[in-house]
Ligand binder design. Structure first.
Ligand SMILES: C[S@@+](CC[C@H](N)C(=O)[O-])C[C@H]1O[C@@H](n2cnc3c(N)ncnc32)[C@H](O)[C@@H]1O
Length: 444
């Protein structure tokens, strides 16, 4: 017999699913993952493994907007800028599809990656090849003192970074800094160098953690840097008209405060952090510490607290916005059946506020976008449902349905939920999936 709370959540998901147009389209399977980005100019400069494909934006516009763009494009969880770059690169005839594209990203390193790609795409990076040549020469001749070792303990672990390789990486860093080259060119050199860290180390990004793999075939620091610079130089030779775009370091839950007041959003496409315990601050910590984005451990912890409440790396303040104030009754009737299903064990004390916080954050995000959406605008989110609990007591969070339900509270109609991909592992049932959900503003 299933416990009654589990039976109730199954019914709840069935009722919710029955209210929406839920379809399945395998052509989205390769679009909700970073398929193709590794060989695309600019996108290939840094691999954010949680990205979606650069082709997603045109597929979304094709399916729900007859291919049309608009004035303003937005991605409030922009990561390394995939959607922003794709939107600002898209053209209709000789005109950009969007007059302006805005992105918001909270992680300082990922923001740096996206902003650097966008600036380089728009304005180039003059002198990059020459800078790299000088830097590599000086490092090979041992003419440069290494930059100080970053304060993160992973850099002091000689199993993760053999000292001679770490020294080379830090010499490259110092040589770039001392070159006197500023602006986008210097940023592209820093980006290429930061992209060498994982390949040079014995660590591998694996889900929510960096895994130590002593037998990993590691890249050579200087050669890897040269290889990445060459790719960047090749990509920078491609010239094309691009729309204006701006990636802002900030909080995607507060769109109203971050994008200019005069702008109304035509199309928003985004993938928020999933409720799957991935802490982006942790996953991209090597690069962020190496480039000096955190002064100390206090700043590092502070960064975790800025992120969406999707992971238990920190105890987030139990502060709730619209879910407690304004939409409490409807929010509770949507989310309480899930909260009641959380097993009563030692994890419940952090799981319950985390789940509540996640959906409160999503409600704030949707409300912020809705407030600034133009009539006839389109909002599309990509989200994966997640499986928590144990094999005996699985706890499935159907974020695609629950967020769709929340969107109705703040003035959206759910146009369609397209199931794009189902993970290969069997447990979790049919609801374990990644979906692409389209919303339009309710007619007023
Ligand atoms: C699924 S990833 C998005 C990846 C992006 N679509 C791409 O293709 O590069 C979610 C992103 O949300 C960011 N994030 C987390 N909390 C945020 C917040 N409060 N505001 C803005 N971005 C946030 C994470 O750092 C992460 O980069």
């Amino acid at each position: 017999m299933k416990p009654s709370s589990v039976a109730r959540i199954d019914d709840h998901y069935r009722d919710l699913g029955g209210r929406f147009a839920v379809t399945e389209d395998p052509s989205f399977a390769t679009l909700v993952v970073p398929n193709g980005n590794h060989s695309r100019p600019f996108h290939r400069w840094f691999r954010q493994k949680e990205s979606f494909s650069a082709d997603l934006v045109s597929a979304v516009l094709g399916r729900w907007r007859d291919g049309a763009g608009g004035d303003v494009f937005l991605d409030p969880f922009a990561g390394s800028g995939t959607a922003l770059l794709a939107a600002s690169d898209s053209q209709l005839g000789s005109k950009p599809l969007f007059a302006a594209s805005y992105g918001v990203e909270a992680n300082p390193f990922l923001h740096f990656v996206g902003a650097t790609k966008i600036a380089a795409r728009a304005h180039g990076a003059p002198g990059l090849a020459g800078l790299a040549r000088d830097v590599v020469r000086d490092v090979r001749l041992n003419r440069v003192d290494p930059a100080p070792i970053p304060g993160l303990s992973s850099f002091a672990n000689s199993g993760y970074f053999p000292p001679s390789d770490l020294r080379r990486l830090l010499q490259l860093r110092a040589a770039i800094d001392e070159s006197g080259v500023e602006g986008t060119t210097r940023s592209v050199a820093h980006l290429c160098l930061s992209a060498c860290l994982e390949p040079v180390s014995a660590l591998r990004r694996d889900g929510r953690a960096l895994r130590y793999e002593p037998a990993k075939v590691r890249a050579h620091p200087v050669e890897e840097f040269e290889r990445r610079i060459e790719i960047a130089v090749d990509d920078l030779a491609i010239r094309a008209g691009v729309g204006a775009s701006d990636l802002i370091l900030g909080d995607g839950r507060r769109i109203d405060e971050v994008i200019p007041r005069s702008k109304s959003i035509s199309v928003a496409v985004f993938s928020p952090p999933y409720l799957n315990n991935i802490d982006y601050t942790e996953v991209y910590k090597l690069e962020a510490w190496f480039l000096g984005f955190y002064r100390d451990h206090r700043a590092f912890r502070q960064q975790r607290l800025q992120t969406l409440r999707s992971h238990p790396s920190v105890r987030f303040p139990e502060v709730y916005g619209l879910s407690a104030n304004g939409h409490k009754r409807e929010f509770d009737s949507l989310i309480e059946p899930l909260l009641r299903t959380i097993p009563n064990n030692r994890y419940k004390v952090w799981r319950e506020p985390l789940f509540r916080g996640y959906f409160d954050d999503m409600l704030e995000t949707l409300a912020g976008i809705r407030k600034r959406l133009e009539p006839g605008g389109l909002v599309v989110y990509v989200v994966g449902n997640s499986l928590h609990g144990t094999s005996k007591r699985p706890l499935l969070v159907a974020s695609d349905l629950l967020i769709a339900g929340l969107s109705e509270l703040v003035g959206f109609d759910v146009v369609e939920i397209v199931i794009g991909r189902r993970p290969t592992r069997r447990s979790g049932g049919t609801l374990l999936r990644e979906s692409v959900v389209a919303l339009k503003p309710q007619a007023s």
